[in-house]
Write a protein that binds this ligand. Structure first.
Ligand code: GLA
Length: 378
């Protein structure tokens, strides 16, 4: 869990922004809720190496990284940086790490880096993708510093779980409903590859981004006038956050944390939903039911006897009733307790199923615990 600058600030990053973000995360409770990593993305390096070393932009980071990483560490955070397996990063201004893996990994370790997002742009050759990622993985390991390795190659490949701690399963996220639903459908099918220490990454959150990033509709940072257009409604942001949690996805916020509306704060700080995401079993939830017309149910096994996190998702434009059958979600037939994780209430005991109306583009997020020992034989 953490934060990354890209979805709001693109390359507009700085020492000051990182410190202000860290301070905000302490004040607003995000640090204590588990958001640990503060990560910069593309746009921190100068166009040229000096004596083979990447150079932090002196305007953005006047004293290099060490003072700011020391500050982040002193506040209990970890620091993430970005590079690329190719000869240039995606924004093209900065060199990639190709051929410099050892030097760059050693510099990252010396700067106090705890996390590396490693992108896939401008490769020296397309056919050497796995080798490029393997070389950086080995170079990081050789530094002796534990550094999370985040593979960002926009599509799952079978070699990724051997090399990375997380791997992007889709193209870049956009702050719009259709894009989020598409990402869910791709990422959900890869559930069997996820587990403790190795995660499918459906990309950084856009909760509260207000449309700053919407690649799909041509909105981008090249069009700053679009930045004040709201991307999704609060209900849709709640759905996005719920689905990332039930899929045990990395929760990397992407909005401006220094300035959050109450509704956005309540979404990112819902500790019951975060607990589902972070559950120690590390299971990724799967789709267990759908009606083919926009209603579906996702179930994630949690630690504890007969315990499931269950999302009832309504993709339609109307209020719709969804019924969770114990049979479908993996709870033994008989009585089970149902808790609503957005309303924070115990709803009660139910036999065999629970039925509820779900708002358009909304979810109902439940924690369901079957009563052990009440198994019915038929
Ligand atoms: C790629 C990645 C994004 C972001 C940008 C930065 O598109 O997928 O997440 O890092 O590059 O240029």
């Amino acid at each position: 869990m953490g934060w990354n600058s890209w979805n709001t600030f693109m390359s507009g990053i700085s020492d000051t922004l990182l410190r202000q973000t860290a301070d905000a995360m302490v004040t607003n409770g995000m640090r204590d809720a588990g958001y640990q990593y503060i990560n910069i993305d593309d746009g921190w390096a100068m166009p040229n190496r000096v004596n083979g070393h990447l150079q932090p932009d002196p305007v953005k980071f006047p004293n290099g990284f060490k003072p700011v990483t020391d500050y982040l560490h002193s506040k209990g955070f970890k620091f993430g940086i970005y590079s690329d397996r190719g000869t240039k990063t995606c924004v093209q201004q900065a060199p990639g790490s190709h051929g410099y893996e050892t030097t760059d990994a050693e510099d990252f370790a010396a700067w106090g880096v705890d996390y590396l997002k490693y992108d896939n742009c401008n490769p020296a050759s397309f056919s050497i993708q796995e080798g490029d990622y393997r070389r950086m993985r080995d170079a990081l390991a050789a530094t002796g510093r534990p550094i999370v390795f985040s593979i960002c190659a926009w599509k799952f490949k079978k070699w990724m779980p051997q090399l990375g701690n997380l791997w992007r399963t889709t193209d870049d996220i956009s702050d719009n409903w259709e894009n989020i639903m598409g990402i869910i459908d791709t990422n959900e099918k890869l559930a069997s590859y996820a587990g403790p220490g190795k995660w499918n990454d459906p990309d950084m959150l856009v909760v509260g981004c207000n449309g700053t990033v919407d690649v799909q509709n041509g909105k981008s940072f090249d069009m700053p006038e679009m930045a004040d257009k709201r991307g999704m409604t609060d209900i849709e942001y709640q759905t996005h956050f719920s689905m990332w949690a039930v899929m045990a996805a990395p929760l990397i916020a992407g909005n401006d944390l220094r300035n959050m509306p109450k509704a956005v704060k309540e979404i990112l700080l819902n500790k019951e939903v975060i607990a589902v995401d972070q559950d120690v079993l590390g299971r990724q939830g799967v789709k267990v039911w759908e009606d083919g017309k926009g209603l579906s149910i996702y179930s994630k096994e949690l630690k504890g006897t007969h315990t499931r996190a269950v999302v009832l998702l309504n993709r339609t434009q109307k209020n719709e009733r969804i019924t969770a059958e114990w049979n479908d979600i993996g709870i033994p037939l008989g009585s089970a307790t149902v808790r609503d994780l957005w309303r924070h209430v115990e709803i009660g005991n139910f036999n065999e199923r629970y039925s509820v109306y779900v708002p358009p583009h909304g979810v109902v997020f439940l924690r369901i615990v079957g009563e052990a020992g009440k198994l019915r034989s038929n």
